[in-house]
Write a protein that binds this ligand. Sequence first.
Ligand SMILES: [Zn+2]
Length: 303
Amino acid sequence: MDSLKITKPVVFGVIGGALIIGVAIFLVSDREEEEEFLVDVTPPIEIPVEEPVETASEVIGSSVLGREIEVYRFQPGEEKHVVFVGGIHGGYEWNTVLLAYEFIDYLDDNPDFIPEGVSVSIIPSANPDGVEMVVGQTGRFSPVDVPPIEETTSGRFNANGVDLNRNFDCNWAPESTWRGEVVSAGEEAFSEPEARVIRDFVENSKPDAVIFWHSAAGAVFGSECNDGILPNTLGIMNAYADASGYPAVPSFDFYEITGDVEGWLASIGIASITVELTTHNDLEWDKNLAGARAVLTYFVGVK
Ligand SMILES: [Zn+2]
């Protein structure tokens, strides 16, 4: 009995060890065979993968509610620099956000569209909280997801209820107007993070011109801040208007506006126009593509 007590585990141990080694050898050899099999039979064919062309975006700040504000750059570092901005009036003018994204995609696919010597930056959605209020999302979205825009101010303001296009430092006042209505212009010029994002981007990159897409007054407006319209503002206003078919309006006289971004740009010597689409739900793509092209071409050779 004693010898059995000793021998049994030894025997089982030996058998067990042999089994483990056997299985291990089997697995290793099987894997080797498999690898050989794969190497032998699978030809080294490279399947061409079409890389989606996508311009890198850069986050340049965020909204009151922390949503990112991005810029897309094309041909950076050229002598002239033109900036396009969509959606400063948020979801109320969501078509300008989609127009900006459409323009980004178009430039990705058609890099030759931009003349040599000109850089383009696009800020597609300058008031993402306002877009979220109407569309329920930000970034690229489908127009079919957007409820019809009634004649309301819904989504026009930022999350603090401020009209961002009254929050800049040109004749700023705490209250301003939009059509017949009084609107908040913030606690001081640049009190709103979205306005500071544009200010800082402009001050850092010193563009030659900034074009703002709005809707839906159907015209191209010049800009000024007390000192008259800049020659290049007049130049790009006429170029955009002639190419797009929107009428040119050198100065906005329908009601008094204070603290608008275009006026602030004029005050620091940067040309700026407001392009108002004619509806709230159409990109008016061909018109605006022609207008954008005319502005970029305008800057070729301009000193
Ligand atoms: Zn607007």
